[in-house]
Design a protein around this ligand. Structure first.
Ligand code: GLN
Length: 346
């Protein structure tokens, strides 16, 4: 069991050199009109065909059962802010949401406690360290962690209000279900596997508690965090979640306002800053899309006002991000003009 480390950086550089991040297509990015349904479906199908045979990367194995998930699974979903869903590949298989849940719990804390609580507890800057770094906690005394790396995320879970762990859990699973537009549950096998091997996260929760970064009990916080990481989703669920963030916090499929629109820009900003770990800057440079990956192989990406994309492909690169997922999202977004930073001279 080892945390993701930097020893595979060479692989990441190789992937970049091999064109992992295709450069933005100016034609797509500058399109003024929304893409048609046919264009969305073609973009999704083309990306699936293009990358389904790509075998680079490796399943996460520091959570033992993740190593057993078939590496060839590949599913893509795109949901527009109009609630239309386009898919390709393995949409049925469910996988553990892992770190993507950090986005949802951040949204929950913003909704019930407000921005100042997040900024004053774990902050919104990137640590510049791997997602489960203990050095970063020590360096910043638990501040400047941001909610998308483990110390900040466990602290966010420990900030959710409730008089019992069950009550807090009901809120956490409830908001995940609201974001994805259907009732979700926990993959108990993943939950057990991670619970048996999460000594590092338990240490992180104790340290964050010692620095008084969250009010809850650290053992309860890390257990609830481990459970939220084991929530089972499919690629379409993540697409609907992304579309909810693209749509001012209102789920475009169910019509439910999941979080207030005023909290969405902050959530997306944190995703843009730290959603793809150490490669967040590189990702943003090439796509402009706020996104979040999980070690289960999922990625959610958001094109504000337009669509959300969810992908599932277990093999990860050295930074811990799904290889096929990154490639597919980049290609789809380029094809339909998803980069929010792209504009045309008037
Ligand atoms: N549950 C995982 C952990 O805490 C989530 C990490 C991730 O997806 N990057 O290590």
């Amino acid at each position: 069991m080892s945390p993701l480390n930097t020893s595979r950086r060479g692989l990441a550089k190789g992937l970049a050199a091999a064109g992992l991040f295709a450069s933005a297509s100016v034609a797509g990015a500058s399109r003024a009109q929304p893409a048609s349904d046919a264009a969305y479906q073609a973009a999704v199908s083309n990306a699936y065909e293009r990358f389904k045979g790509l075998n680079e990367g490796k399943n996460a194995d520091y959570i033992p059962v993740l190593a057993e998930v078939p590496s060839n699974y590949f599913g893509i979903g795109l949901c527009t802010t109009g609630g239309k869903v386009f898919t390709a590949g393995d949409i049925a298989p469910r996988f553990s949401i892992q770190s993507i849940s950090k986005v949802v719990t951040l949204a929950l804390v913003l909704q019930e406690s407000g921005e100042a609580v997040v900024e004053n507890s774990v902050g919104v800057d990137a640590t510049g360290q791997v997602f489960n770094s203990i050095v970063a906690v020590e360096q910043f005394r638990g501040k400047e962690m941001n909610p998308l790396v483990n110390p900040g995320a466990i602290a966010m879970t420990g900030t959710v209000k409730g008089s019992s762990p069950d009550q807090i859990w009901a809120k956490i699973i409830g908001i995940h279900s609201d974001f994805c537009g259907r009732p979700l549950d926990v993959d108990q096998v993943v939950y057990k596997s991670e619970s048996d091997t999460n000594q590092r996260n338990r240490a992180i929760s104790m340290l964050m508690s010692a620095y008084e970064r969250f009010p809850g009990n650290p053992a309860v916080a890390v257990d609830l965090y481990t459970r939220q990481c084991a929530i089972a989703v499919n690629a379409k669920d993540l697409a609907v979640m992304g579309a909810t963030l693209a749509n001012g916090g209102k789920n475009p499929v169910t019509g439910k306002q999941v979080i207030d629109a005023k909290h969405v820009p902050g959530v997306l900003a944190v995703m843009a800053t730290a959603g793809l770990y150490d490669d967040s800057g590189k990702w943003l440079f090439h796509t402009g899309l706020p996104a979040k990956s999980g070690v289960g192989g999922g990625i959610v990406a958001v094109s504000p006002g337009k669509f959300g994309i969810g992908t599932f492909a277990p093999p990860l690169d050295a930074a811990g991000n799904s290889v096929r997922g990154q490639r597919a999202i980049t290609m789809i977004s380029d094809a339909v003009g998803g980069n929010p930073y792209a504009s045309r001279a008037t």
